[in-house]
Design a binder for this molecule. Structure first.
Ligand code: 5GP
Length: 206
């Protein structure tokens, strides 16, 4: 088990919420934070760089890594496999870094079991309509893919209640400040979900 809290930060969010941008800003602003680069069997998008956004691998390579217990956690999301490499995460933690895992709720459930000291954060969009707009605007996925991701968001967002804190990602600077402040002052208490956050979560049930 990890020695203390704040070594491992999990950030989950429905696709399109903007979590990658948030994670990028966090590691840019906080030199002690690093982001784990996941392995995936998903096809590379045009704007992605292998080894930077993900390590893109074939299904047999991914399966071999599973068999070698090379993953800290892994899951199937939107029909593709994604996994966090164990060695890299452990090496960064040993160096005293805070490692951010940008993973889905299934991965978060796995990590909570092996590393109960991990800190789990969930980002939600300002509204259902704004999420759809952001997914459309991204321009990297097909219509089918966008619809699948939007549909999954309805399920994803209901898992936010299991996280240590939920943040509305309306403004990048504000979200990052809120996350950093929360992590700094964290002493084991969950951040209560606000009325506003609850109303957004509930709007996804309809
Ligand atoms: P995308 O294909 O949009 O980059 O990512 C799809 C989903 O997979 C996102 O919810 C993302 O957080 C999740 N994901 C990315 N890497 C990992 C990983 O290593 N493990 C798990 N469990 N989920 C991941």
């Amino acid at each position: 088990m990890l020695p203390k809290n704040k070594s491992l930060l999990i950030i989950s969010a429905p696709s399109g919420t903007g979590k990658t941008t948030v994670v990028r800003k966090l590691i840019q602003d906080k030199p002690n934070m690093v982001a784990s680069i996941s392995y995936t069997t998903r096809s590379k998008r045009d704007n992605e760089i292998d080894g930077d956004d993900y390590r893109f691998v074939s299904i047999p390579v991914f399966e071999a890594m599973v068999a070698e217990h090379a993953f800290f956690e892994y899951a199937e999301v939107f029909g593709n496999f994604y996994g966090t490499p164990k060695k890299e995460v452990e090496a960064s933690i040993k160096e005293g870094k805070t490692v951010i895992l940008e993973i889905d709720w299934q991965g978060a459930n796995q990590v909570r079991k092996t590393e109960p000291n991990c800190l789990t954060l969930f980002l939600i969009p300002p509204s259902k309509e704004e999420l759809k707009k952001r997914l459309d605007k991204r321009g990297t996925d097909s219509v089918g893919e966008i619809n699948l991701r939007f549909k999954e968001a309805i399920n994803d967002i209901q898992h936010s209640i299991n996280y240590d804190a939920t943040f509305v990602n309306k403004d990048l600077e504000l979200t990052c400040d809120e996350i950093i402040n929360f992590v700094k002052q964290y002493k084991g208490l969950k951040k209560p979900i606000s009325e506003h956050e609850l109303s957004i979560i509930n709007s996804f049930k309809i």
